[in-house]
Design a protein around this ligand. Sequence first.
Ligand code: ATP
Ligand code: MG
Length: 587
Amino acid sequence: MSQLFVRTLREDPADAEVASHRLLVRAGYIRRAAPGIYTWLPLGLRVLAKVEAVVREEMIAAGAQEVHFPALLPREPYEATGRWAEYGPNLFRLKDRKDADYLLAPTHEEMFTLLVKDLYSSYKDLPLTLFQIQTKYRDEARPRAGLIRGREFVMKDAYSFDIDDEGLEASYQAQRAAYERIFTRLGLEYVIVAATAGAMGGSRSEEFLSPSPIGEDTFVRSAGGYAANVEAVVTPVPDAIPFDDAPAAHVEDTPGTPTIESLVAFANANHPRTDGREWTAADTLKNVVLSLTHPDGSKELVVVGLPGDREVDMKRLEASLAPAEAEPAGEDEFKKHPELVKGYIGPQAVGRANTGDEEGVRYLLDPRVVPGTRWITGANAVDKHVFDLVAGRDFVGDGTIEAAEVRAGDPAPDGSGPLELARGIEIGHIFQLGRKYAESLGLKVLDVNGKQVTVTMGSYGVGVTRVLAALAEANHDDSGLTWPAHVAPAHVHVVATGKDAAVFAAAEKVATELSARGVEVLYDDRPKVSPGVKFADAELLGVPLIVVVGRGLADGVIEVRERTSTERVQVAVDDVVAHVEELVRAF
Ligand code: ATP
Ligand code: MG
């Protein structure tokens, strides 16, 4: 410790909201270089190397071969697949001195596809899975939580190449199983959930989430085994309802009802239902105006119609409209569309199908708004609402959209029971890309019959630096980090306390002998640092075993304890090395 390049901090960094960020900075593992960009210090690098080693071993065991691509790449391949534009502002773009366009890779599908195209030409060369552990760049809109959402981060990305769908399924399952082993070995709890493909494209995909209250992903689970990211939840569509006998729609004056709550109260007071139950927010159709920004920078307004008891979930909305980004429409946009009467928007004035205006604002409906459902909704005039407006009779949508929030208790799409919600950190993501990249980049091989066929691909990512942060989230207490033994920067933290030269000599001997037996030791040999500071640092750094050589030495004992336990064991000086070695072997 007297030589180690580390300065621990007693104060939390001002910008740190989550434990992993706070503690990794305070314990001297990382330092911030710029928003979302971090420098790795010796202790941090040791942990990172251990996480990488587990990932690498399991990739190799699964039959994948390691390569390494540059991070700095030319524009053309990304142009060919459309991602130069699709990635939008998330892509770091730059120019060389000749004014040619380059990018810092956010992920490498294009390059792997082209490499295989370069070198392989026959079905006999397949299947093939390649991987790299490499630095990625994404100009995230909201870098946050230290390593959890960085703008520069380390990813393991693997890509599989197969001749047919059956091969892809096998390659996908091999990677999926490798991921299970990786996270199990790292001691990181995970849930596998169905996911959406996002900007990656392709068909089937699953995410590995580490359950955590600070996670940005919300996922759902049912008792019957359904698990999905909320973005991937598909709303079960109710049966259509016959509406031949439904009363005609009628517009009513509803003064002072700009909110759904006020509208429901007004309706119950002035237009009570005849079937004995009260109106609720679920009987109203809410029409939310959203402003989309497409990757080319162009803007579009859309209106989403959904039951009034549900909010729009912006992440679900964006997953449905990817690669466009969405935000609630602003005053300016309302001004440009006088037909949209804020607070009183009704479907009859919006949507291409309803208005006959092919250039008009698109109107997208929640899947629950099936034909025959009857709604109270805006009448497109201030203080007026329409009652008994029937979907399929009085209005239609220009399509449906998964944008409404998913709530606890909603039915699982596969009928496996009610859903419960939890939060998680996305630590891995596996995709069956299919032929999207191979097609746009022309990756074909000859099949058994000498015919050219397009290769089918999978892509598989682990957020290596994010995994390290997730481990810190899952393993800490009020005093500091509590690393699982396999990723800790050392196995044992030996602390010499006091000023007595004999103490330092004994501590040094223990440290040296443990090292000689292959135990990784961090030895706090700082001569003029108080025991209190040394103990606090040992707790903060989070090495799993702490050995204290101090006062007990006079009585021939050394204290051994686990970082996560308050139990202190006094071990005879001569036995301490063997005792500690045994504990380490048992990790
Ligand atoms: P997110 O939804 O969190 O933005 P993503 O779905 O865009 O992630 P992928 O393209 O699936 O990410 O990348 C593979 C893995 O890389 C993710 O599962 C995650 O663990 C990691 N990762 C992605 N973005 C970041 C980031 N900004 N910082 C750290 N790790 C990241
Ligand atoms: Mg992902």
